[in-house]
Structures are given as structure tokens and as C-alpha cells.
Design a protein. Structure first.
Lengths: 92, 253
């Protein structure tokens, strides 16, 4: 599975991580909806840590499309609140 | 990909696709549009330069404020040692406002530095990807049948296209941030022009409005605390304080 951190680079992760990432992603959105900044930040760092720990950084000369694109590393709670509340751009 | 319906990642994937739709076919751009590539990379360079300009401006503001903080602190001490408590309070109020601005400026510089590093890194990756695409395309053309080559080249082009779109996103974000900071910097300039950080020796009649505003802006308790700390420091010399007062009388004379 290819994961991009927006504004950063792409990583190759084992497919087995997809579900974990997905659960964290949806929990993070729930935290945003609940207005819980501390919880959001905790979950977001957990996601980044997962990508960092399991991911292999993709070289600049590899040309692949990502399966998953995550927000920028330094995404703020305000930005998250603006973008991820409700159903997002595409409902589940 | 099974079960990938994370909402944050969905939103970002959609953002990138949207940007990708707006750009021309990256394969075409890369194959025929040398000029386009140069434009793209020049845009990134310009974006980085904008970030650097904003950073320099904020750093200059920050240096000026630092000097004001030192000056106002000295003036507060002088005023207090001369027994002019109200003047000392005004100086400390101004110092508090300047300090809180300073803190926010420092934070902005840090943010801009990270934007600058991010864009610089992305520009490097973009160059690499463009080069890799050129090389790969030639290899694919030589090794595959025309139909297969078309598919492979378009796959590689999607990879480059995503990188371009993400670079576009990063630039948009940097632009928004620098714009916010520019607005903020202008607000500090206005405060400064209104005399919010002026040294108290420049206090003249008609400054009552600024003083009242400052008193509201700076938290009273912080100023009170600092004032009593300063008093304690000045008083701690014990026997020295009469001499100080005498000195101040001389200064006043």
C-alpha cells in the first residue's frame, strides 16, 4: 500500500496496516467532530508514527500513485475542523 | 484497496485528484512541454522566495520589538526608582503587549521556516520525478509494444501528476499562511504606529487613548506582579534606596 503524507513524501506500507490506519483516521475525524483537540493530536501522531515505523520512504525517482493521501504533518486542529467534519467531501 | 474509507485520507485524496484534473495531462506536459516544466519549477522557486520575504520581514519586526522590550523594562526601573509608579506601570503595560507580540512573531518565524524547508524539499523531489519520468519513458518505449507502452507511460505519468498536484497543494497552503502572517504583521505595524510600544519618555498629552487601550490589552495582574517584583528588587538594597532617591531628585532637577 502506498501512503502519501501531503506536503511530504510517499511511503510503502504493508497492506496489513490499511485497516489500522483506517480506524485511526475515522477516530481522528470523530475527535475533530467532538471538538477534542488533545485526542485528535494524539491520534494523528499515532498515524504518523505508524507510517514512520512501518513505511519505507519512496525514492524521488519512483513514479507511483498513492492509495492513501494523509493531511500535512503539521495539520492544525483548525484546519482539520474546517475540512474533516461532517461527511467530508465524499461520504462513507 | 480494501476498507480504505478513512475520512481524512478520503478528503485529501479528493483534493489532490481535483488539482490533478485541473492540470493538463502530466504525460503530455512532460513529453512536449519543456516550457511548462520550467514554469512549474519557477513557480515553486517564487513560492519559496515569498516565504523567505515574509520571514525576513517578521524577523525584522521581532528584532525591533526585542529592543523595545529591553528599553521599556529599563524605563520602568528608572521610573520606579524615581518614585513615579504610574509611569512605571505604563512602561510595563507596553512591555507586556510587546512581549506577547514577540512571542507570536517567533512562532510565525518557526512556521515559515518549516514551510520553506518543505517547499525546498518538494521542489527537489519534483525535479527528480520529472527526470525519472523522462528516462523511464524512453526505456518503456524501447521495451514494450506500443499499446503496453502507452499504459505504462500513463501509469508513470499519474505518479508524476500526483506529485505535481501535491506540490500545488503545499504551495497553496504556504501562500495562505504567509498571507495570514502578512495581515498579522501589518496589524503589529499599526499598533507600533499608534505608539503602543513607544518608550515612555515620548509620552505626551493626548496619549490617553493609547494608554487606556494598553491597560485593557495587557493583563493587569501580570503588570502588577512585575511591578511589585521590581519594587522588591529596587528595595532590596535597603540602605541604598535613599541614595537612589537622591539621585533621582538630581535627575529631575
Amino acid at each position: 500500500m502506498i501512503v502519501r503524507i501531503s506536503g511530504d513524501r510517499q511511503f510503502e506500507l504493508p497492506d496489513a496496516d490499511a485497516e489500522r490506519l483506517n480506524v485511526l483516521d475515522n477516530q481522528a475525524v470523530e475527535a475533530v467532530e467532538a471538538g477534542d483537540e488533545a485526542r485528535f493530536s494524539e491520534l494523528w501522531h499515532e498515524m504518523l508514527d505508524l507510517v514512520g515505523a512501518d513505511g519505507r520512504a519512496i525514492d524521488g525517482d519512483e513514479l507511483v500513485e498513492s492509495d492513501v493521501i494523509l493531511p500535512p504533518r503539521d495539520v492544525t486542529f483548525e484546519e482539520a475542523r474546517g475540512e474533516f467534519t461532517g461527511e467530508g467531501l465524499i461520504p462513507d | 484497496m480494501a476498507g480504505l474509507s478513512g475520512r481524512m485520507s478520503t478528503v485529501f485524496k479528493a483534493k489532490v485528484s481535483k488539482l490533478l484534473d485541473r492540470t493538463e495531462d502530466p504525460g503530455e506536459t512532460l513529453e512536449y512541454g519543456y516550457q511548462k516544466q520550467i514554469e512549474l519549477l519557477q513557480n515553486v522557486k517564487k513560492g519559496i522566495a515569498d516565504v523567505v520575504t515574509s520571514k525576513k520581514r517578521i524577523q525584522m519586526q521581532s528584532q525591533k520589538l526585542e529592543q523595545q522590550v529591553v528599553k521599556l523594562d529599563t524605563q520602568a526601573r528608572q521610573a520606579l526608582s524615581q518614585g513615579k509608579e504610574e509611569l512605571a506601570r505604563t512602561a510595563l503595560e507596553r512591555k507586556t503587549v510587546a512581549q506577547s507580540e514577540l512571542q507570536s512573531l517567533d512562532q510565525q518565524v518557526t512556521e515559515l521556516e518549516s514551510q520553506q524547508a518543505q517547499l525546498t524539499e518538494k521542489e527537489k523531489v519534483m525535479r527528480q520525478k520529472i527526470e525519472a519520468f523522462r528516462t523511464k519513458k524512453e526505456v518503456i518505449k524501447a521495451q514494450y509494444s506500443a499499446a503496453e507502452a502507452q499504459v505504462k507511460i500513463s501509469e508513470a505519468a499519474s505518479g508524476v501528476g500526483e506529485e505535481m498536484a501535491d506540490l500545488g497543494l503545499a504551495m497553496q497552503r504556504a501562500e495562505e499562511k504567509t498571507e495570514n502572517m502578512r495581515a498579522r504583521a501589518s496589524a503589529v505595524d499599526e499598533l507600533e504606529q499608534a505608539g503602543a510600544f513607544d518608550d515612555i519618555t515620548q509620552l505626551g498629552p493626548g496619549q490617553d487613548d493609547i494608554d487606556r487601550e494598553l491597560a485593557e490589552l495587557s493583563s493587569g495582574s501580570q503588570v502588577d506582579d512585575e511591578l511589585s517584583k521590581m519594587k522588591a528588587e529596587l528595595g532590596s538594597g535597603g540602605g541604598e534606596s535613599p541614595a537612589l532617591e537622591e539621585g533621582s531628585r538630581e535627575q529631575q532637577a
